[in-house]
Design a protein around this ligand. Structure first.
Ligand SMILES: *[C@@H]1O[C@H](CO)[C@@H](O)[C@H](O)[C@H]1NC(C)=O
Ligand SMILES: *[C@@H]1O[C@H](CO)[C@@H](O)[C@H](O)[C@H]1NC(C)=O
Length: 188
């Protein structure tokens, strides 16, 4: 049972990335450890409540820029990142992108919702925006510096992409995805 579930998620990850073969090479399903207990507010992995991840801030910045670029490849159709309830049992956590010391993960907290957000918003959640200010960086995961951390996607609900007929008729919601910056898995 567990294996078939993993396989299904793997197939989903592969299918998902086939629309964009090169750009997201590390989309992998990850078993989630816990479903609840993680806040959508900014949480830095600092002692005593967190374990510092020792990531290089330059890698975090790169990941943000990469995901923003990915989201904008088609200027007329900004890319969405979607986590459907049936595909994400137990608050599944999927890899978004890995760079050097750091990896970005997306965890689906909304067990009963289908969540879909712009890559652009995921990028902003990580790096505080394309031309960030000190305040926007402090409010984003990059504000956790080398510790890494987590934050619910900061969606910009006024983006017209959330107001298309496609989006509004999909039944998708903007809330429910927690983004994390953690240490990249050790190379084996
Ligand atoms: C979520 O998506 C699945 C698969 O498309 C669908 O069966 C389900 O009804 C949707 N749930 C909600 C709450 O929209
Ligand atoms: C949100 O989106 C609107 C419409 O695209 C844009 O004008 C505004 O600058 C965006 N806000 C932020 C904080 O990015």
């Amino acid at each position: 049972m567990a294996i078939s579930r993993s396989l299904r998620l793997l197939i989903l990850a592969i299918t998902g990335s086939s629309a964009a073969p090169r750009v997201l090479p590390r989309v992998l399903p990850r078993a989630s450890e816990i479903c609840y207990g993680e806040s959508m507010s900014l949480f830095c992995y600092k002692e005593p409540n967190g374990t510092p991840q020792n990531v290089d801030v330059a890698d975090v910045k790169y990941i943000g820029a990469y995901l923003r670029h990915y989201g904008r490849q088609n200027p007329n159709k900004p890319a969405f990142y979607t986590m459907l309830a049936p595909d994400t049992p137990d608050c599944a956590e999927w890899g978004l992108y890995t760079r050097g010391s750091a990896q970005a993960l997306a965890k689906h907290i909304g067990e009963k919702t289908n969540t879909s957000v712009l890559y652009e918003d995921i990028a902003n959640t990580i790096d505080g925006g394309e031309s960030p200010t000190d305040a926007s960086k402090a409010a984003a995961i990059i504000g956790c510096l080398s510790d890494g951390g987590s934050l619910g996607v900061l969606t910009n609900a006024s983006n017209p992409a959330y107001h298309t007929t496609d989006y509004t008729s999909s039944g998708y919601t903007l809330s429910g995805i927690l983004v994390k910056i953690v240490a990249a898995a050790p190379v084996s």
